[in-house]
Design a protein around this ligand. Sequence first.
Ligand SMILES: *Cc1c(COP(=O)(O)O)cnc(C)c1O
Length: 330
Amino acid sequence: MAMVTLGDIRAARERIAGKIGSTASVLSPSLSERLNVPVHLKLEHRQTTGSFKLRGASNAVASLSMGERARGVIAASTGNHGRALAYAAKLECMRAVICMSRLVPQNKLDEIRRLGAEVRIVGNSQDDAQQEVERLAADEGLIMLPPFDHPAIIAGQGTLGLEIIEQVPDAALVLVQLSGGGLASGVAAAIKGVSPGTKIIGVSMARGAAMKASLDAGRPVQVEELPTLADSLGGGIGLDNRLTFSMCRDLLDDVVLLDEDEIAAGIRHAYEQEREIVEGAGAVGIAALLAGQVKARGPVVVLLSGRNIDMDVHRKIVCGEIPSISERAA
Ligand SMILES: *Cc1c(COP(=O)(O)O)cnc(C)c1O
């Protein structure tokens, strides 16, 4: 079976050294007191571009041959993968094209343009954008770099796992965000490779948890995509999933799901107690601890995966409101 190995992840770390930052782990006094075990926060939301996605994108870009580099890269993404790929390609002086639907808000579009990528606006859905990716890859020879189901992307995200287990070698439990599963697959492969006894729990939002539904069904399945505060965790895993489904099935010890109030409480706690601004997806590990969804008998590491939240939405949440669905899309 296809798997990304500890060796692949170590090679990725060498390849992207100097292109990404390493981020700190800090002890959370308030969460440690609450759980009665040390709780460490891995501050990956402070990564360049505001999320861990730069690790995978940098590794994928740096793994291309000279011929492929000359052709440029392409992806459909409205969010953190698009930002990361634009940044990584610019660093290597490569062409990058990001496709998105007409519904993507102007600020997200501007941000990706600011990072130097070409933006193509097509259709009314992520599926339309993906079709444009496939058309342009065929017509113009651009290399498709998808957000999670790709060996170099998974290995790049895995470098985060190496950092975690070096910073907290006695970690009994690591909480990692779970959407397409590139992050969880890479992190779990790295940590289990170094420390087989460490448990890894994936955390998703209850609204549209495609990987959880697929793991329960024993095969990739489609779920309805719903608006959520953890917008970076939205989207399917692909019915033709090659790597992340089987890696998550084999490497994760459990998956927990959170409702919208619990995610909001995580964002609020991050801000008020930890003094950190994190997006909904970034806060789900904290949220799982606050909601009492996981028990720990030893040191815990909670990953904060991203910080790219609309600040008006953030302000509402810390003031105790849950913003309406239409406000969140802005
Ligand atoms: C992409 C993303 C995730 C989920 O990563 P997957 O590899 O799709 O599981 C989690 N948090 C943030 C901030 C992200 O951008």
